[in-house]
Design a protein around this ligand. Structure first.
Ligand code: DGJ
Length: 706
């Protein structure tokens, strides 16, 4: 008889079985009948072992170890100072916890105790795995690798995430072959190039179909995530912190705790996955704190003035921002003592006396007088070589004394693991927040950690925890201040940072063509209301592409909307269109920030389409990001609507000169309303106008009165 431990949540059951004293996931799928495990034939869990392998076969399970005969990469790699490294952790007991169950494993010879916490969120069905490794021996225990668990994943196809500055959340799909595919960040942040997200599914999975499992390691520091084809053909995924040599030395009686590994399953492709993850982020990661608060439309000064701060000009910008409907003014980089470009002043967090002779007060008062909230940019973890802070405390740099470090933007990382450094930074931020009516911080982080050492030892792990602690301390002291997570755009986008922040700056690229794909991939794991999305200038500074106001505004409108351009340069027509788009965003904010986001599959590879649906209302965005290969527009089929509801469909932005692209113009393109059921729209679709590259159509669907 096998012993089972069962978790139910979100319509799923996760069943852990114990075989030969080791835990295995015996089942993870749609909810089983209550008590089904009691009558399960234990032989269903058997596995044939071929000749040429160890007698027990590939000893794979929830926490595989090489000491048990597992010949893949074990979930735990550890060693003692005298070289002993073999582990054979066996099941000791199971405890119910508030969030699920704790499985306790122990190895009395290696003197290690491991506790694996498993939870399955009741509402969303998102699983959470976290593991603690306790050294119960007298000597230190060196940890080389710990993945909270190893997960067996469906074998067909991987969707991996990569990217670079200004092109975050790039995706790549491949079929995993033999061996290991790994993604690693040694940058001390979630990273642009290797964000710890992964989807593995049956071959050919899509937005609406296929079994998939999505995984995310919630950690803002160095990490490794890998997929390994085992010798028996199964595929395992592990993810954990990437330790620098000798970094994690657990002293006698001490414990190391892994980051959380979140995972969710879907039988209905990527959208089913997002349904679970969005609900989970909204309720559990963010604790519901954004649910009740409308997200204010931002005006951010960066692409409007960069480092050129002039009080009168900024006031004029605030006036213009208020005029188009902005609700929060965020003063970006360039405001503090000696900051005229990116080569100096990080660390000196008081207003520049030349630009702000009377402090920030006059600007804050002006902005608030307009009815806007006030936000401020900071980059607390860093200091420029050319700063008063580092002149006074050159030893506060994270690194090893005597080493010349490569610089990034002329700056160093500060050693936040030293309490005096964190205290000094907290004091500066606290003074700023206590002395000014600031309700928002854009918390930036703009360089890789290359020498993550403190006191002569690796300190990437401790630095990451110290960043969390500093943010937590700021939040505790100023609970009404919201915080945005930024790292040269979307270099720090993960669920652990989101537990203590309210928004992610998705990318420094405001070019809407690029944004369509960045935001689409971002939306697999994050709901729209945390996705910073701004209307930039017509000429994008990152891509040199020129785009229409309409495309920029309609692209930004589907996230946490903002403006990041000198709106005083906009012509009357663009100002009017921007004001209208912001008005529309506000009007639809409840739907946009609380609805169900359903990415659509379309036949034209040049088109990107998605819908946001709540009740019997939906907004559908159809963007033509490159010219269509076919020339004629296909009917737009929208998945996710209620099949029985009769909808009125209307384009919110019918083309101004429809005959430029079409000699026969469908009714929607003439501003007319079409009526059809959700079923019809899903199956036969709606006749759409032909869109030329760079054009966008936004469709509004409401329950028909007739
Ligand atoms: C990088 C951020 O991603 C930008 O939005 C901007 O805040 C700059 N830093 C300012 O230096």
């Amino acid at each position: 008889m096998s012993e089972f431990h069962r978790l139910d949540g979100g319509g799923d059951t996760l069943l852990v079985s114990l075989q030969e004293g080791r835990p295995h996931i015996a089942y993870w799928g749609p909810e089983l009948a209550q008590g089904a495990e009691a009558s399960l034939d234990a032989r269903l869990l058997d596995r044939a072992v071929p000749h040429g392998m160890l007698d027990g076969g590939v000893a794979f399970g929830l926490f595989p170890q090489n000491g048990w005969g597992f010949t893949g990469a074990g979930a735990l790699q550890a060693h003692r100072p005298d070289g002993r490294f073999i582990t054979q952790l066996a099941f000791e007991g199971c405890r119910r916890s508030a969030d699920g169950i704790d499985l306790v494993l122990a190895d009395t010879l290696a003197r290690i105790e491991v506790t694996i916490s498993l939870g399955l969120d009741a509402a969303s069905g998102v699983a959470a795995f976290q593991t603690r490794v306790r050294n119960v021996g007298p000597e230190p225990l060196n940890l080389d690798w710990v993945s909270p668990v190893a997960l067996e994943v469906p074998g067909g196809e991987v969707l991996a995430f990569s990217g670079r500055w200004a092109r975050e959340f790039d995706t790549e799909r491949f079929r995993p072959g033999a061996g290991i595919w790994a993604s690693e960040s040694r940058t001390g942040r979630t990273s642009h190039h290797a964000p710890p997200f992964l989807v593995v599914g049956e071959a050919g999975f899509g937005e609406h179909h296929g079994q998939v499992l999505g995984l995310h390691l919630a950690w803002s520091g160095d990490h490794r995530l890998f997929v390994e084809r085992l010798r028996d053909g199964r595929l395992q995924v592990q993810a954990g912190e990437l330790f620098w040599p000798g970094e994690i030395m657990v002293e006698a009686g001490e414990t190391y705790q892994t980051p959380m590994l979140y995972a969710a399953r879907s039988d209905t492709g990527l959208n089913g996955l997002s349904d679970r993850l969005h609900g989970f982020v909204r309720d559990r990661i963010m604790g519901g704190r954004l649910r009740a608060k409308p997200r204010p439309v931002h005006f951010n000064t960066w692409e409007a003035v960069y480092f050129r701060h002039d009080l009168e000009e900024l006031k004029a910008l605030a006036n213009a921002a208020a005029g188009v409907g902005a609700e929060r003014f965020v003063l970006d980089d360039g405001w503090f003592r000696g900051r005229n470009d990116d080569s100096a002043a990080l660390g000196d967090w008081s207003p520049d006396p030349v630009k702000y002779p009377d402090g920030l007060g006059p600007l804050v008062d002006h902005v608030r007088g307009l009815g806007l909230a006030f936000g401020l940019w900071v980059e607390p973890e860093m200091a420029n070589a050319n700063s008063d802070l580092l002149r006074a405390h050159p030893d506060w740099i994270l690194g090893e004394a005597g080493r010349v470090q490569p610089l990034g933007r002329g700056q160093y990382v500060l050693d936040l693991t030293r309490p005096e450094v964190s205290d000094a930074l907290f004091a500066q931020i606290d003074t700023l927040l206590a002395g000014n009516a600031i309700d928002y911080l854009k918390w930036d982080m703009n360089r890789d950690l290359t020498h993550p050492a403190s006191g002569g030892r690796p300190a990437s792990h401790a630095q990451t925890l110290a960043v969390y602690a500093l943010i937590d301390r700021v939040r505790a002291a100023h609970p009404d201040v919201e915080i945005e997570s930024c790292a040269s755009g979307g270099g720090r986008a993960d669920y652990e940072i989101l537990k203590r922040t309210d928004r992610i700056w998705t990318s420094d690229c405001n070019d809407p063509i690029e944004r369509q794909s960045i935001q689409r991939a971002f939306s697999i794991f994050f709901p729209p209301e945390v996705m910073g999305a701004h209307v930039g200038p017509a000429d994008s500074h990152t891509t040199a592409r020129t785009t229409s106001l309409e495309l920029r505004a309609m692209t930004a409108m589907f996230g946490h909307m903002g403006i990041e351009a000198d709106v005083r340069d906009f012509g009357a027509r663009d100002l009017e269109a921007l004001t209208a788009a912001i008005g529309l965003h506000k009007q639809m904010r409840g739907l946009l920030h609380g609805g169900r986001l359903v990415r659509q599959e379309v036949t034209d590879p040049g088109t990107s389409a998605f819908a946001v649906i709540a009740g019997s209302e939906a907004l559908v965005s159809v963007a033509q990001v490159e010219t269509s290969k076919s020339g004629a527009a296909a009917h737009l089929r929208v998945t996710g609507l209620d099949p029985l509801t009769l909808y009125d469909a209307r384009l919110l932005n019918p083309p101004k000169r429809p005959r430029a692209a079409m000699k026969q113009v469908p009714a929607l393109a003439s501003g007319e309303t079409l009526r059809a059921t959700g079923q019809w729209i899903a199956q036969s679709g709606l006749p759409m106008p032909i869109l030329r590259a760079g054009e966008i159509a936004v469709l509004h669907l409401t329950r028909s009165a007739g």
